[in-house]
Design a protein around this ligand. Structure first.
Ligand SMILES: C[S@@+](CC[C@H](N)C(=O)[O-])C[C@H]1O[C@@H](n2cnc3c(N)ncnc32)[C@H](O)[C@@H]1O
Length: 231
């Protein structure tokens, strides 16, 4: 598939974070003690990141069909920006979906250790109501990443559970595309610097963040949707 205009667009941008995700450069130990570290360093991410200005400049509206649903992944820190970006891409805010995770390891900056991530749903035009989903939150295990070191499976940084796209497929119409994808997915177009892209789309990284050259390594191709046991 390679459509010009999409009725479903999922975007998981490379937001910028401090060394441990906190805006202040603080991070927290398991006991709650606060450590000051890495102040002023913008990114310790395993991939290049983008400034808010550059994320906002992404030509998402140019690939959106007149009737289109947008799903924008975001964490606590960038929620206010995400609401603005959804509108600036030409979508009307509809709802917020929440991925609930069990606490694990060191907490990131903030009094409350973040155990949630969000998908902002925006819409433009009219979409047919295919079915009604009976919740806006899902408790889903962090996906195990493809990197296996010393025989141990490791949680993969920033990887989102496939179940969210399984659910999106049941309510939002094709053609569908995922921006900043890291693997191909049956029935979807994909775009990102870690997958063979279905389309061309300009995107600039903020090189001041310490971004390095694009990683061309590819993850495994994910099989067609399956229903997860732990939802
Ligand atoms: C938050 S991660 C996406 C995670 C993915 N949704 C998953 O579940 O595995 C952001 C991705 O954007 C990629 N990226 C960063 N800058 C980019 C750019 N300028 N153009 C394309 N992709 C970029 C990163 O390499 C990374 O793969």
């Amino acid at each position: 598939m390679c459509a010009n205009k999409y009725q479903t667009i999922v975007v998981d941008p490379p937001w910028q974070y401090g060394a441990w995700g906190g805006s202040s450069g603080n991070y927290y130990t398991k006991s709650g003690a606060r450590w000051k570290s890495h102040a002023g360093r913008v990114s310790e991410m395993k991939y290049p990141t983008m400034s808010l200005v550059d994320i906002e400049k992404l030509p998402v509206s140019s690939i959106a069909a007149d009737n289109c649903e947008l799903y924008l992944w975001v964490t606590q820190r960038y929620l206010p920006a995400a609401f603005r970006i959804v509108e600036s891409w030409g979508f009307k805010y509809c709802q917020t979906l929440t991925w609930c995770k069990r606490p694990r390891g060191l907490g990131q900056g903030g009094v409350y250790c973040p155990t949630t991530e969000f998908i902002i749903l925006g819409r433009r035009g009219r979409m047919p109501k295919v079915r009604r989903v009976d919740t806006t939150w899902w408790l889903v295990k962090r996906p195990l990443g493809p990197s296996v070191r010393k025989g141990e499976s490791r949680y993969s940084h920033s990887t989102k559970p496939e179940v969210f796209q399984d659910i999106i497929e049941t309510v939002s119409e094709p053609p569908r595309i995922e921006l900043f994808a890291r693997r191909e997915r049956h029935g979807w177009d994909v775009w990102g610097n870690e997958v063979p892209c279905s389309i061309e789309l300009g995107a600039q990284n903020n090189m001041e963040s310490g971004s390095t050259a694009y990683n061309t390594q590819r993850d495994a191709i994910v099989p067609p949707p399956k229903v997860p046991a732990d939802v």
